[in-house]
Design a protein around this ligand. Structure first.
Ligand code: MF3
Ligand code: CO
Length: 254
């Protein structure tokens, strides 16, 4: 299927879906503390999503067994929540969540420190977040998709980090994953020309060490090959003629 351009009506529905998700994320962020299990985080997220009359889009997606992906330390993405996985002071934890509102999907991820973390871990989290903002400087009608990829890559590489290549961002709308794929690393091709009304989930996944990743036996959890820490930051954004609208941030969150 080709890249979709959303109508004004669809954009309104995307906005609403994404703003609900932003509120869910804000509440999940407040719940992060040493001693909480990754299952409790999932359970809270699932209940929050349903409290808005929405449906978690990750649950049962290709058989994924939970509503929120909770990835700790060297886990990059798609960590499966577990009652036995208890967050400890000094951990970093990535929460990836999404939901469906009146048929429209939203998708966003944040990495949080658990209690007090090392300055190196805090820096990884901040550089990963900032790399998204470096990327979306090019998320504008008339620019090319891979300008975003190149900007994310350049910024993270400058900081000595590994940019994950095996997973990418994506278009989003009436499906969680639409075209185009959005790599976070430099491409030789320019990629598609961006147009107003495109909605994109841009999601740098950044490792403190090398860029290589592998999958655990559960066939979901992605971990860094060298055991280094990894962070993830994702928002669903709307392309316009000017600055992109970051749909999954609350007013005042930038
Ligand atoms: N945010 C993830 C993505 O963009 C979605 C997780 S897929 C799931 O691909 F299966 F784990 F839900
Ligand atoms: Co995504």
């Amino acid at each position: 299927m080709a890249v979709t351009i959303k109508s004004e009506r669809e954009i309104e529905l995307m906005r609403k879906s994404c703003q609900i998700l932003a509120q869910v994320h804000a509440k999940l962020g407040e719940a992060i503390r040493p001693g909480i299990s990754t299952w409790e985080i999932n359970d809270l997220g699932d209940k929050l999503i349903r409290s808005y009359g929405c449906v978690p889009n990750f649950l049962n997606y290709n058989g994924y067994p939970a509503s929120i992906c909770v990835s700790v330390n060297d886990e990059v993405v798609h960590g499966i929540p577990s009652r036995d996985r208890i967050l400890q002071e000094g951990d970093i934890v990535s929460l990836d969540a999404g939901l469906i509102y009146k048929g429209y999907h939203s998708d966003a991820a944040r990495t949080y420190p658990v209690g007090k973390v090392s300055s190196e871990a805090a820096r990884l989290i901040e550089v990963t977040r900032q790399s998204f903002f470096e990327g979306i400087k090019y998320a504008k009608a008339g620019r090319h998709l891979h300008e975003i990829s190149g900007a994310i890559d350049a910024y993270c590489t400058k900081h000595g980090y590994g940019v994950v290549r095996d997973l990418v961002g994506h278009g989003i709308g009436t499906s969680l994953h639409e075209e185009p794929q959005i790599p976070n690393f430099r491409q030789w091709r320019k990629g598609i020309k961006l147009r107003p009304g495109m909605t994109l989930a841009i999601e740098p996944m950044i490792n403190m060490g090398g860029c290589n990743v592998e999958w655990l036996d559960d066939d979901w959890t992605v971990v860094t090959q060298d055991g280094s820490l990894s962070a993830h930051y994702e928002n669903t954004v709307l392309i316009t003629d000017g600055a992109p609208e970051i749909l999954t941030l609350l007013p005042g969150q930038i």
